[in-house]
Design a protein around this ligand. Sequence first.
Ligand code: ADP
Ligand code: ZN
Ligand code: ZN
Length: 728
Amino acid sequence: MACTIADVAIGVPKRTLFEYLVGETLPVVGARVLVPFGRRKLVGVVLGLKSDSNWPLEKLKPIEQVLDDQPVFSDNLLTMLKWASQYYQHPVGDVLQSALPVLLRNGKSSQMPPVLMWQCTVLGQQTDESELKRSPKQQQLLNQLQQQSMLDSELKQQFGSAIINALHKKQLIEKQQVIPELNNNWHTELQISAGPQPGIEQSLAITGITSQLEHFHPVLLEGVTGSGKTEVYLQAILPLLQQAKQVLILVPEIGLTPQTVQRFKQRFNAPVGLLHSNLTDNERLAVWRQAKQGQLAIVIGTRSAIFTPFKQLGMIIVDEEHDNSYKQQDGFRYHGRDLAVIRARQQNIPLVLGSATPSLESLHNALTKKYQHFQLHKRAGVSQIARQQIFDIKNQPLQYGIAKGMQDRMAAHLKQGNQVMVFINRRGYAPSLLCHHCGHVEMCHRCDKSYTLHKGLNKLQCHHCGDAKAIPARCSQCGSNQMISMGVGTEQLEQGLNQLFPAYKTLRIDSDNIRSKSRFHQMLDDINQGEYQILIGTQILAKGHHFPNVTLVLIVDVDGALFSMDYRAAENLSQLITQVAGRAGRAEQPGEMWLQSHHPDHPLLQDLLHNGYGHFARYALQERKLAQLPPFSFQALLRAEANSANKAHQFLQLAQQYFNGADNVISMGPFPALMEKRQGRYRMQLLLQSPNRASLQKTLFQAIPQIELLPESSKVRWSVDVDPQDFS
Ligand code: ADP
Ligand code: ZN
Ligand code: ZN
């Protein structure tokens, strides 16, 4: 019987597929089609073809246009996406849309689009890089373009516009709109530049990974920072590339780690594609196509790169697998690392998860032998990990949040010509503005949180909704002009340190101060050139960079995380401390790290400092086991927000009845979110937990469609978050 009806997934918030009549052209499964939907025309993806429907045929509308003759999703990818739609309880149409480059979502042709590329001019090819030795950056750029042309956005990301323009003015480089052409023969011409001889532990890992390339084989590579994990990846993928198989590498943020990308490009003469947030739509589509056609050997990308199509995917690597940025925090709330596991299993290929501070989930899988476990205990390079110590600030006078004893340590390091790094997790001048006369604190009424004082911007700003207003000269309650700031943020710390150490230059690095990636790279260069001696920063400094001249790291306040309601806060703090300690100092100057705390005897701090992250994490796992928290149980969070707390609460109470009596699943709440009010909306949560993943899945699968039918469900904003990472 002829197939006359297509099941189409459309990016609307409905869990069902939609039926359309097939016209003259029979679409293939996985191809995009243009279909009428209400008054609109939408792009959908064909998920099935059939010959009859429960609807009378005359009710069905015809497909308007078939957009692809080849599927945009392979069977493998489609299976993973359908799985993800079910697992994360997210409408399949929206899942498929999120997995496509924007241009394809909008119905553009999947033909190769032109992109802006830079290449050397003839003059540039003939110019010796040593002629540019006054500017090492220009030299490096020219050198790279002499080897291959590069995408405009990629070059901007790596060097910034100023350097590019300088070389352009000298007529050494030129740009062009081109349709990127690559060949599929990169593997026959594969050349490898020499890498270091692997150490014993590295060799074990490389052999372990490469001995099982033909099937699903998950590996946790737990290695301290600088132990040579990247080197293991480089050597482990070589045999795959030689077989023309492609490799996908997920990283938390490409902009912060251009060195990693460089290392893959330099090791192999094979084409590497990058997927990150700074690409133009055309560039993104170009990478998507090249990967799909097998023209790229390696794709390095952030979270959503897990949806990249490949001709022949041979391995997935997830670097810094513990990083929270792998979890999408709105809409389709998938976890990039977890989907990597699913995809690798689906495609029957090896998977490598690497981290110095593995997530408790992955560590648990390694310890229970679900993953093969390799450890790199020692650093490969010469530098050493900073010694970590606690500074008890009970009853200590603090200036700008810093104890006198710590100021003395700073002075000693600075005097020796070294750099000092100070971490504080609050941006702005001060976390709140207080009336000294009546005690009133200026609050954002939309979020019930105090405004942060930004002196530089001359504004009060709410860090939760972005609302900003002028700094009031007088108290809005009593009219007094005695307004004082309370607490310390990066901005105030910078001013304070300038006063305490006037002979040294400070640099503040936070998201207020980093306007662009290229500016950030400039800052990193300046730091390593020794232009600044005191660095003040937020978490952003913990990612991916090595600061050889930093010999003292100070974390101003660790207590917040010790007593947080979020059970993951301690894990995250330990990861931060360990990551930072690994990024400072070198062999002859191993460096020291101090944590200021009112609770120096806290068991978590003690364990972390004396026994290291690996020990702490194994201990934390035991605690989680006793408390029956993940990874020893499985959670889903039902979130609701409304213009009154009551409405949100009532909705969740109604929803809760569908979980009562569920097999093996308990529901807790409804309770207010950690951030109870935001942008004028009240936020409540219902937590579902089960010792068994399948039970939780089954319960959600039955309950969510029914909750969706509740009339109350259209009166609140609500969502399901499976495996929630935070409760804010
Ligand atoms: P990680 O990814 O664990 O942080 P890297 O792979 O970046 O570690 O290695 C840290 C440094 O040590 C790099 O400069 C790298 O080139 C070097 N390195 C790695 N493995 C070796 C080795 N076996 N011998 C010498 N140097 C090495
Ligand atoms: Zn007042
Ligand atoms: Zn607000």
